[in-house]
Design a protein around this ligand. Structure first.
Ligand code: COA
Ligand code: AMP
Length: 620
């Protein structure tokens, strides 16, 4: 039996033995005697009596072991023309002092801190400082508009909000403080303090009494030591899109998370102490949490923090420059980034002149990796290109090619095989095993996955555990081939994936429905060559309402309420929306038609003529 099959089998037949061994890679204040507590199923707890600190394992431990001079973070920012290295010792110093700042502002174990920062080293420092105190961070992606930030502030109820004066996009500098002010105006909860990082590209006017200057506070702060926390204590909340407009607060615990990420760095990413990993994503997404910050640092690697884009900063050779200059071994990004590079430089001519001899792997996730992009990347780079599948909820790969355990023969279009601890099944709507259908995971989920949703056990159970009792519903559909390879084909719900950003069509619909002229609307994700999917809207007007300027108004409304990442590709005014007899809008059928599929007319349709009238529009 191969190493993968052996590990996978043990992880399912004897999960306690498997994860107990994995837990040895961490340093605990109290090593867990119990590995899995299933007494309150379906709420499972990993390492319930273990005590540790995630920041200690990610930072202090390496300094103490004599690796303080190794680079922990390589900040590379073409948008500000800056490069800065933070060694583990410097990172420890800044984190300990920023923990001092937070403690001085009243942040204690269990308190929440919202972090709304661009891709700067201070974002990593702020996250780790929370971990150091046993506080709970909630990072909000910088591309979200004030209303989205407000919803997260109200839900997490932070004591402190950490932000910067600006973020920098390809075409413009985005001032953050006005966004924060608006969000605080919309929110009912008010954090006691705002820590403000001033950036030279746009300085903000601080509000005395509320705002604390990052640099001034840090220079005066007393360093604070790591606080021992229970393995089951929350490390962070990360909001993600569900099928409704209300984001879901995915909770990550300390112990299971650290154990699983540490395991994945070695066995999935084959990336080890002293080696360099570059995840070109954003700390606002789970990919950034796990593989820009915690994974590489727990493993004692160097992590590249890139404030730039695949194209436009300055060109489609940017990724090759960064990979070469930082001697990156393992690179991770979303397929959309590679599609953007390929579109700008189809022959890969910009690769010339860069020494990529250190680059061993390209990992891709966040959306389906289309076989074309796979083949292009594989040919141009000549290294293994690894498609792997996971979600905010799982925190680390559900399916991958375990390069550090046993590299398997890849199959284009497949995320390869389930990782240890994930008992992946494919079922039909009634929960019966099926060749193709909904992908579910038999409980318990492995360490590192969500134990619940923030202060909402009920929603956790209703969203994930009720459709197929005893199983976690991934929301993705697909199939397993005869050799056990998993093919993930796309969401089975109303979540869409735009340029690797997960969005809810329900949230966009809620914004459109607020427009005075709109009686009814449906948003669907349609295929797009660059972004994978883009949102498209069909609206029914109120009687007598005018449609002049509606297209522009609705597009502007979505940008204003959610953010540019959710920009509508197209708005069509239609006479009616196709529905089932029970009133459910037939989004899936419309999506299929828009993507050129030969969709059958559902037997439950209320009025087939409504769908017929839309065929032409959807195919346009
Ligand atoms: N802060 C503020 N605004 C942001 C932002 C951020 N962090 N990220 C994106 N936006 C804005 C962009 O400026 C853009 O605004 P505009 O329409 O006014 O120009 C809008 O949101 C849409 O951005 P994006 O979806 O990124 O599209 P794009 O056409 O600018 O770029 C790609 C397309 C493919 C190059 C880009 O999406 C990309 O680099 N993707 C990588 C994917 C990724 O990292 N995914 C994370 C999960 S792994
Ligand atoms: P997020 O929670 O933002 O990471 O988005 C998770 C979703 O992205 C999954 O549920 C999938 O729909 C999609 N996804 C992520 N990785 C892959 C992949 N390798 N193949 C197919 N879909 C993916």
């Amino acid at each position: 039996m191969g190493a993968y099959a052996d590990a996978y089998r043990t992880s399912l037949t004897d999960p306690s033995a498997f994860w107990k061994a994995a837990a040895h890679d961490l340093e605990w204040y109290r090593r867990p005697a119990t590995v899995l507590d299933d007494s309150a199923a379906p709420f499972y707890r990993w390492f319930p009596d273990g005590v540790l600190n995630t920041c200690f394992n990610a930072v202090d431990r390496h300094v103490r072991a004599g690796r303080g001079d190794q680079a922990a973070i390589e900040y590379d920012s073409p948008v500000t023309d800056t490069r800065r290295t933070l060694t583990y010792r410097e990172l420890q110093d800044q984190v300990a002092r920023f923990a001092g700042v937070l403690r001085h502002l009243g942040v204690d174990r269990g308190d929440r801190v919202v972090i709304y920062l661009p891709m700067v080293p201070e974002a990593v420092v702020a996250m780790l400082a929370c971990a150091r105190l046993g506080a709970v961070h909630s990072v909000v992606f910088g591309g979200f508009a004030p209303r989205e930030l407000a919803a997260r502030i109200d839900h997490a109820r932070p004591k402190v909000l950490v932000t910067a004066s600006c973020g920098i996009e390809v075409k413009r500098v985005i001032e953050y403080l006005p966004i924060v002010e608006q969000a605080l105006g919309l929110a009912t909860h008010t954090p006691a303090s705002v820590v403000l990082l001033q950036r030279p590209q746009a300085r903000a006017t601080a509000r005395p009494g509320r705002d604390v200057d990052w640099h001034a506070a840090l220079s005066e702060a007393e360093p604070v030591d790591c606080v021992p926390v229970a393995a089951t204590d929350p490390l962070y909340i990360l909001y993600t899109s569900g099928t409704t407009a209300r984001p879901k607060g995915v909770v990550r615990d300390n112990g299971g998370h650290a154990v699983a990420l540490r395991w994945s760095m070695r066995h999935v990413y084959d990336t080890h102490q002293g080696e360099t990993m570059w995840t070109a994503s954003d700390i606002g997404w789970v990919v950034g949490h796990s593989y820009i910050v915690y994974g590489p640092l727990l493993a004692g690697c160097t992590s590249v923090l890139y404030e730039g884009k695949p194209v436009g900063t300055p060109d489609a050779g940017a990724f090759w420059r960064v990979a070469a200059e930082h001697r990156v071994k393992t690179m991770f990004t979303a397929p959309t980034a590679f599609r953007a590079i390929r579109r700008a430089d189809p022959a890969g001519a910009l690769l010339d002149g860069y020494d990529l001899s250190e680059l061993r792997y390209l990992f891709l996730a966040g959306e389906r990796l289309d076989p074309d992009t796979y083949a292009w990347a594989r040919e141009r780079l000549g290294i293994p290109v690894v498609d792997h599948w996971w979600q905010t909820e799982t925190g680390w790969p559900v399916a991958a090619n375990p390069m550090g355990l046993e590299p398997l023969e890849p199959r284009p279009g497949s995320a390869t095989v389930p990782m240890p601890g994930y008992d992946v099944r494919v079922v039909d709507d009634d929960g019966r095993p099926a060749r193709e259908g909904q992908i579910v995971i038999k409980l318990p989920l492995p360490p590192g996955t969500l134990p619940t949703l923030w202060q909402d056990d009920e929603r956790y159970v209703a969203s994930y555990l009720t459709t197929h009792p005893g199983h976690y519903l991934t929301g993705d559909g697909g199939y397993v081939d005869d050799d056990g390879y998993l093919f993930v084909m796309g969401r089975t719900d109303d979540v869409i994936n735009v340029a690797g950003h997960r969005l809810s069509t329900g949230a966009i619909e809620q914004v459109l429905a607020a427009h005075a002229a709109v009686a009814e609307c449906a948003v669907i994700g349609v295929a797009d060559q660059l972004k994978g999917q883009v949102p498209r809207a069909l609206v029914v007007l109120k009687a007598g309402a005018a449609a002049d300027d509606l297209d522009a108004e609705l597009k502007a409304l979505v940008r204003e309420r959610i953010g540019g990442i959710a920009a509508l590709s197209r708005v069509d005014v239609v006479a009616a929306l196709p529905k089932t007899r029970s009133g459910k809008v037939l989004r899936k059928t419309m999506r299929g038609l828009a993507d050129g599929a030969d969709e059958p007319v559902p037997a439950t349709i209320e009025d087939p003529a409504v769908l017929d009238a839309l065929r032409e529009i959807l195919r346009a």
